[in-house]
Design a protein around this ligand. Sequence first.
Ligand SMILES: [Zn+2]
Length: 280
Amino acid sequence: MPELPEVETIRRQLAPRLTGRTLERVRVLDERWCMPLRPAEMERALRGRRVESLGRRGKYLVWSLSGDRHLLQHLRMTGNLLYDPAVPPVHTRVEIGLDDGHRLLYADARRFGTGQLAEGRDGLAAFLEARLGLEPFDPGFGAAHLHALARGSRAPVKAFLLDQKRVAGVGNIYADEALFRARVHPLRPAGGVTRAQWEALAPAIVETLEAGIAANGASIDDFRDLDGAYGSFQEEFLIHLHEGDPCSRCGAPVRKIVAAGRGTSVCERCQPRPRVRRRT
Ligand SMILES: [Zn+2]
């Protein structure tokens, strides 16, 4: 699933090719993509609009269009954007023809990806505020913010990090990598993470995401960039998908556990398990 670095990779490639262009032709081939709008309504809403900018918040691509209209696009599990592909992908859901003759296709095998509209600055702000917490690259993001946000939470810290309303953009890969770097066990209750641990974890989240962006994302599922190329961050994973390998830091075997309902890689020597108080 594309996480923040994968979506940012797409955005950086796409922004210079889209900014200033007009969406001349728009065809929505899958009604699920834009529900509750009908495909014809979405096509009408987008057609003839100029792209003012292409931004990102969390895992959303934010297309800001002329007339203060915004398209919020989420790629979910298997969404891919392709620019002038030689062969149109099988699972093409949306086709956009630009006024410079280029073509952008959105393909999505599992069809969980979405396109939604927000009207005006306020509409956009309300849409994002209802769904997303602070961006890790926001100046307000840090140990103090996270420590306060997690107070009283008994959710495992990994679940806390994956909750988009708490921290925007972090998914399974980057949560595992950041927890390992900060030596925090994924099952530690978020409310029990100490200030010192947040002091390690907050920068670890930012560094992991930055490393992911620098590597053009990670391609372990279907992620490909705009030109169909794969990212390389999977080659830099310190812990994620390293089950059975010796820990890169201490040599103990990396274990696979379930945390937040997801397969999770952990070194329980570097990331000591929280002590559990059992009821008798
Ligand atoms: Zn270790």
